[in-house]
Design a protein around this ligand. Structure first.
Ligand SMILES: O=c1[nH]c(=O)c2[nH]c(=O)[nH]c2[nH]1
Length: 290
């Protein structure tokens, strides 16, 4: 009996690359999750610790970003083919490359040429509270994921000993809106046009996110809440919770490539979490509604 190495592969999993094409006023967006798995002549790596044949998973990740910049992303198939052929063609030890690509679909928000809403994943919510006399309806949504590929800056903040974030005049602003709004009691009857009301608030949130030039996500949050209350007199209060889904500019300088807002790394965690309530100052408080 001998113990032997069986099937094996290695690579970088879930490279979250976002390619923005800014040619013209109307931007286009490709949002991919790319995984690479290489296999071939890698017995020595496992058996003796000899790394001579290893193309690092870090380099594989860099290749994904560099190819997105150099060649663009015409389709996930084209991008996957280009990568797989590159790894097999350039590395003698690699006999097989498996490139897995997930694409997240975004629809345009027609207000601007640079605003997008992600397809799917959105949930409408309702909380009804009734105690025999008073009734409260809190309607809402979560998972409304939106992105502006320009029209957002962030600067002028505190620079303490631990601040390293560079100021920016142009960044991607993306968030997953979680919003709940409280209907004032007089409108809280079963016959009220609830669907129309929901559609209207959702439209206002989306349009305001898209149409607001942002100096911070906090400012955008307030603008969204304010617009909803201005347009919907039957609402007393809106609570918003908005994670800042950071999109960091990929550093392509080591590969001799510039990156004028074209290729981003969509970070998963940690994320900034921006939360706030916007309310009418004359609305009766109703903590029990929440
Ligand atoms: O819109 C932002 N608000 C912040 O408070 C913040 N903090 C940070 O690091 N980036 C951002 N962006």
């Amino acid at each position: 009996m001998a113990i032997v190495l069986g099937d094996n592969r290695y690579g970088k999993a879930e490279v979250r690359v976002v390619r923005v094409d800014r040619s013209g006023d109307t931007h286009t967006l490709r949002d991919l999750n790319v995984s690479v798995a290489l296999s071939g002549e890698f017995a020595a790596v496992h058996l003796t610790g000899d790394n001579a044949a290893v193309l690092t998973t870090d380099a594989q990740k860099n290749t994904v970003f560099a190819f997105a910049r150099e060649h663009g992303v015409a389709s996930p198939e084209e991008f996957g083919l280009r990568l797989a052929r590159h790894f097999v063609g350039s590395q003698p030890a690699v006999r097989r490359a498996r490139v897995t690509v997930e694409e997240y679909a975004w629809d345009r928000v027609p207000v601007t040429g640079h605003s997008f809403v992600r397809r799917g994943g959105e949930i409408r919510t309702v909380r009804v509270t009734h105690d025999g006399s008073a009734t409260h309806v809190v309607a809402g949504l979560r998972g409304l994921t939106v992105l502006n590929s320009t029209g957002s800056e962030f600067r002028g903040y505190v620079k303490d000993a631990y601040t390293t974030l560079p100021e920016t005049l142009d960044r991607v602003l993306a968030t997953e809106v979680h919003a709940e709004w409280r209907h004032l009691s007089p409108t809280a009857s079963p016959e009220a046009p609830w669907d129309a009301s929901f559609t209207e608030v959702r439209r206002l949130l989306l349009e305001t996110f898209a149409g607001t030039y942002s100096r911070s996500l906090q400012q955008t949050l307030y603008a969204m809440g304010r617009r909803v209350l201005e347009e919907c007199p039957g609402l007393g209060e809106i609570r918003l919770s908005m994670p800042n889904r950071h999109h960091f500019l990929a550093d392509l300088e080591p590969f001799g490539l510039d990156n004028p807002g074209a290729v981003f790394y969509a970070a998963d965690r940690p994320y900034g979490l921006i939360e706030g309530t916007v309310l009418r100052d004359d609305a009766p408080p109703a903590e029990e509604a929440w």
